[in-house]
Design a binder for this molecule. Structure first.
Ligand SMILES: [Zn+2]
Length: 163
């Protein structure tokens, strides 16, 4: 609480020029209709007087190399930590492209910290799905809920539930 109270709760969280450049770079890696859905959801969020004060949606990752995927896969298995993925290098939608059919989302808070709040992510997921019905939210998965994760089916892979 002290960290939140030190922030300006009457001001929406803002990104620095450098952070905005990183956001644009990640968004450019995404397949166009996923990027368009994100832009529309972000605009709706930022246009909502309540939501915009809770946090600023950010893309934490889009394209990810197979090497980095394997490093993440090692977490909670051959390396200490919590399991963050069930995909080996090459199996994740983050490893495709660019254009990449997956993004991970979090929220920049007014105090500068980053939140992966399930409540905020579920609210953002509603806007993402409303923007484009082809968007799949990882929070809707039954076996492994991946709430920061959004993806779209890629051409010729319909029905292939590899994620
Ligand atoms: Zn993801």
């Amino acid at each position: 609480m002290p960290r939140v109270l030190s922030g300006r709760l009457d001001q929406p969280p803002r990104l620095t020029v450098k952070q905005l450049a990183a956001q644009a770079q990640r968004l450019n890696q995404a397949v166009p209709y996923l990027a368009a859905a994100y832009r529309q959801a972000l605009n709706r969020w930022q246009g909502d007087p309540v939501l915009r004060l809770t946090g600023r949606p950010i893309i934490t990752e889009c394209y990810r190399s197979s090497e980095r995927q394997n490093e993440l896969f090692a977490l909670g298995r051959s390396k200490p930590g919590l399991i963050v993925t069930y995909k080996r290098g090459g199996d994740s939608k983050h490893n495709q492209g660019p254009p990449t059919p997956a993004i991970d989302v979090a929220f920049q808070l007014a105090d500068g910290s980053v939140s992966w709040s399930g409540l905020l992510l579920s609210k953002f997921a509603r806007l993402m799905k409303a923007a484009d019905a082809r968007v799949v939210w990882g929070g809707d998965w039954v076996t492994f809920k991946d709430r920061p994760h959004f993806e779209v089916l890629t051409a010729g892979k319909g029905g292939d539930k590899r994620g």
